[in-house]
Design a protein around this ligand. Sequence first.
Ligand SMILES: C[S@@+](CC[C@H](N)C(=O)[O-])C[C@H]1O[C@@H](n2cnc3c(N)ncnc32)[C@H](O)[C@@H]1O
Length: 606
Amino acid sequence: MATLNFKGKPLVWNHHLSVPYHQLVPRKDKSLTDKVRLDDNLIIHGDNLHALKSLLPRYAGKVDLVFIDPPYNTGNENWSYNDNVNSPIMKEWLSSNPVNAEDMLRHDKWLCMMWPRLVLLRELLSEQGSLWMTLDDNEVHRARIMLDEIFGESGHVVQIAWQKRTSRENRATFSPSFDHVLVYSKADAKYWGAFRKLLSVSGEILSNPDSDPRGPWISVPFSAQGYRENQVYKITTPSGKVLDPPKGRCWAATEPEFKRLLREQKIYFPKDGDGRPRVKQFERKGLVPDTLWLAEDVGDTESSKKELLSIFAAEADLGLHAPKPTALIERIIHIASDEDSMILDSFAGSGTTAHAVLKANAKDEGHRRFILVEGEGYADRITAERIRRAIKGYAWSGTQREELLREKLNWTKLQKADALLAKVEAIKAKEGFAESPDLAAPGKEAQRFDRIAVRIEDGELRVEGEKKISERVEGLGGEFTFCTLGDPIDPERLLSGESLPDYANLGAWLFHTATGGTLDARRVKPAEFYLGEAESHHVWLIYKPDLGFLKSPEAALTLSFAKQLRERRKGKKHLVFAAAKFLSNKQLLEHGVEFAPLPFALYREA
Ligand SMILES: C[S@@+](CC[C@H](N)C(=O)[O-])C[C@H]1O[C@@H](n2cnc3c(N)ncnc32)[C@H](O)[C@@H]1O
């Protein structure tokens, strides 16, 4: 297999192994949940290299979908190479941050930054998991060879073109219209095909949350823009709530038609019968996703900026680089996840991935979970805040536009400019905005818009009616725990008693290191000193983060503790981590117990 050589490769090849495990420290004040938990949706503030390593003890092999949108390395993104690789050349790199276009080693630095993160992301993926990464022309060719090496060539699933802009960049040699989305699977891509879902004809995924015998379906809201008198009436949900149409809208059909749809069981009330009515649409067959994803189906960078601005309204300059549209990530989620999948984005930015997960769950009542990692100071102010607003709902104000005329301009049309202007004037008059007094009177009272905008864009004349609206976007529901990275779990510092991790963090690390498995937080019983069950052992940890305890005989594995283990947890051998043992190897053998000393044993003898 062809491989890629770059400066620093021998040093980062196995760098992920020497990255320390940091403790994940939940922050109640920044979380949106009653009880902070590390098996909740997580938003982690910190460098993703450390965060990914810290996730391994709990999530190795558990993540079904990774979506990442890393720095594209365009030369003007201000990203920095900050990894603590133990080598003089790479330490010197830290002094030439941020990485810019003049940096002759910028591609080497980018590859060195990405390599250990991709290795860890692969370790976190489940057997049916896949990694999706957006890039542009700057690094996509190098990234593919690097990913071939990390995932194996057989892991390469596809390279998708996503239309990121529909307007033209006239100063460029070529105006870039699309970004790449690289897709790699942990399993052989041939087999991964069995896990991916089909798209419905309209580009959305079909699902069957209520086990409808007619088969999978999609649903659309049972409401329409505007006001029609016979489409305004009360609808009672199965939970007993009486609903009017949403503000500024009417129901999608008259009451008799609604009743007919209800009888035919084509009306779906989400949120266990408490949500607004939706109409089911059945289709017989889905479509295989293709490799050209158009802006009109999944959004572009313009629409994603507007999306973000609508959430943060007046808090204008968010200083964020190119957020992705939620529709793009929603499509990825639909293709590559199930209703209870775990989804990870370690370059979270504005948190689009978590927003898309919440939307996908709201659509099909799924229980997907997300983990986001963001290194910048805005992890709370923007990343988490967006998700707080998406969960709880937010006020939205903006301009609604309706296209009234679009005409390509050419020489013939310009020669007949008067006719074109008359057309525009007639539209304005019809909408009650006539400039000429002769045309003004009729229709004035029925103004649908606040303004008629006329402009020329991309060689086209466009006339649009604009209306300022403000409404509340309903919350999608959900919760998350916000974490920061605490002290590394460092045996040297354990020895001195300088840093004593909490039970859960030390337990997860020891369990993963000793067994290669992940700790199920729900099974941990600190009061019993029980960590959980690995393939061949029950694992115990006699520990409290308290020097007094660790120096006392209570911290030792005793004969009476060993004797009880077979009774307390049956069927497997027992592995016990403790600071000391007060029984012989023969006695350990007799009771099917293996002992693993904690570094505190040395401390105790010192
Ligand atoms: C291109 S943006 C992602 C945008 C995101 N997809 C969205 O829709 O908003 C890349 C993000 O990765 C973050 N990032 C870059 N390097 C990182 C690192 N080493 N650890 C954590 N976050 C990092 C940046 O701060 C930035 O917010």
